[in-house]
Ligand binder design. Structure first.
Ligand code: NA7
Length: 536
């Protein structure tokens, strides 16, 4: 078709970020013929597409990398929390080391996937005219691929520079410009932290503030990484056996089973460690008990308020009463976000007190009647999360129904790895798994190892077709909903529960009990193929 010959392979992987790369590598090791379609022009997934100023990972070295010795033995990061450009270089190193490119077709956006029952093959087509057939389809398209732009009144009229952070123009400079940034999630925080230093005037439009934690960024030396490298296998293993992918230790007791003095000492210590320590190693009841949660919020707010001299800004970014429970929405890391916000040439507009009224050709009017003009508007408004990539690729079940239509009434998966109606199809880093609550590469490694083991088991047992049972999906959903039920997560809407896109069926998308439990739960099903229809 269209001048491309059809590819025939054992495994077709879609997406070449951490997940797709892990899949290509592991299936190759099984001796299978693997090919990959990637919509972008390079490796890295979110790191390929999110090139906005300030893009940086919030997971610290050494955990945010592939647990593949030939890759990590020959790579050194320069910072505790590596930035976007360094991560892109890392992916080039991965490509070279594993010789990946020969099996990846870039600029190949999948638009059609259909299952052929007679030949037991998936046929996958791309917008650019490629076609592939494979026994197994492994979808690694990530949680955050399709950008989300809210339906802001008059936005189409605005004719200054307009960017979504997820589709940044690398050449664009904001020097001397008046810039609006909409959004204060992880992306909004990172972009504000950089753009606020470069632009002439910056206005940040905030609906709910993020509860940012101090990154305590620092340079890493070659020597300290050489010294740590022998311990990587043990560290990666400990990550796999942990909740979030980082070895961590929480107090065994609740927040109120200790004296106020000890409590404050622990919180102070974790604050000094920086990164996600305050969230990961603090008291577990913060996520269950509103009173414990309030203590965490008040501690956080007292730290942040000190860094904002402007009382109005303080009120918006760290209000007296928490606008939502601490830790129930993604916690970004920052280094001088609050100092940047406090600059006189940076203003904050509180969208809760005065929402957008309309965008004009050259600016924005808010409900309080204020008109502000801008050269540039940057939307850091997030993504059609969890399902966006899966529902925009013409992925059809055995009866020809598009997943897009099937999931309108809600997401269903089995183990977060398969979907009933989609034989011999697997997903990594998809809904109903520990994904967003964990260190990406660790969760991915656990999931892809399970998928590879399933395929290996099929091959060994002469199983030609497996398919998840709808009842098994219902049980899976019930079990993960049960886990979240007593936590404070359901009280907060965000992309974590797919509630950030109006009209989309929201709900729990996460396996909140952590990677170690997740993996055990999945593996327990493999013995005897529990929950699967199996055909030899
Ligand atoms: P997020 O976390 O979904 O943040 C989106 C931001 O945009 C957030 O501040 C939203 O406010 C704001 N937003 C979204 N819709 C609107 C409307 N209609 N009006 C005003 N403000 C709006 O996306 P990010 O790109 O920052 O981060 C995604 C993940 O990437 C991140 O969690 C990391 O894991 C990496 P809200 O908070 O909903 O009030």
């Amino acid at each position: 078709a269209y001048g491309h010959s059809s590819i025939l392979c054992d495994v077709l992987v879609i997406g070449a970020g951490f997940c797709g790369i892990t899949a290509i590598h592991r299936f190759r090791k099984l001796g299978m013929k693997v090919k990959c379609f990637e919509s972008g022009s390079g490796f890295g997934g979110v790191w390929h597409f999110n090139t906005y100023p300030g893009a940086r990972v919030d997971s610290e070295v050494p955990f945010y990398q592939l647990n593949i010795p030939e890759v990590w033995q020959s790579w050194t990061f320069s910072e505790r929390f590596p930035g976007g450009p360094e991560l892109q270089r890392y992916f080039e190193h991965v490509d070279k080391t594993l010789n990946l490119s020969k099996d990846v077709i870039f600029e190949a956006r999948v638009v059609d996937c259909s299952w052929g029952e007679s030949e037991l093959l998936w046929t996958v087509k791309t917008r650019q005219g490629h076609q592939a057939q494979a026994k197994y389809l492994v979808i690694c398209t990530g949680l955050l691929h399709y950008t989300f732009t809210p339906d802001f009144p008059g936005l189409e009229r605005y004719n200054g520079e307009l960017y979504h952070a997820g589709a940044w123009d690398g050449q664009y400079s904001v020097k001397g410009k008046r810039v609006a940034i909409v959004g204060a999630g992880s992306t909004g925080v990172q972009i504000t932290q950089e753009i606020g230093k470069q632009a002439d005037q910056t206005t940040v439009f905030v609906r709910r503030p993020s509860y940012c934690l101090p990154m305590h960024q620092r340079q890493l030396t070659v020597e300290e990484q050489s010294q740590l490298r022998p311990y990587y296998p043990a560290l990666f293993k400990a990550g796999r056996q942990s909740h979030a992918g980082f070895p961590s230790e929480r107090p065994q007791h609740g927040m109120f089973e200790t004296s106020a003095k000890e409590r404050t000492q622990l919180l102070e210590r974790l604050w000094e460690v920086g990164g996600a320590a305050f969230a990961l190693n603090g008291y577990n009841d913060v996520i269950f008990d509103p009173n414990a949660n309030k203590v965490a919020y008040d501690f956080w707010a007292s730290k942040v308020r000190r860094r904002l001299k402007d009382p109005e800004k303080r009120k918006i970014m760290a209000p007296d009463k928490a606008p939502y429970y601490f830790g129930t929405k993604r916690i970004p890391l920052e280094y001088d976000y609050y100092e940047v916000l406090d600059q006189p040439n940076v203003s904050i507009h509180d969208l809760r007190s005065a929402p957008f009224k309309t965008f004009l050709e050259d600016g924005i009017v808010t409900a309080d009647g204020k008109l502000r003009t801008f050269d540039t508007v940057i939307l850091a408004t997030g993504f059609d999360s969890h399902t966006g990539s899966l529902t925009h690729m013409g992925l059809r079940n055995k009866d020809g129904t598009d997943l897009k239509d099937e999931w309108k009434e809600g997401v269903h998966t089995y183990l977060g790895l398969t979907i009933s109606g989609y034989p011999n199809m697997f997903m990594g880093f998809a809904p109903q798994a520990p994904t967003a609550l964990s260190n990406g590469p660790t969760c991915i490694e656990a999931q892809i190892e399970i998928v590879v083991d399933m395929v290996h088991k099929m091959e060994l047992e002469g199983v030609r077709r497996i398919e998840a049972q709808p009842t098994a999906e219902e049980e899976w959903k019930a079990s993960i909903d049960e886990m979240v039920k007593d936590t404070l997560f359901p009280f907060t809407n965000s992309w974590w529960n797919a509630a950030n896109v109006p009209g989309k069926k929201a709900g729990n998308m996460l396996y909140v009990a952590g990677i170690e439990h997740y993996e055990a739960a999945c593996r327990a099903k493999l013995d005897g193929w529990k929950g699967f229809d199996v055909h030899h």
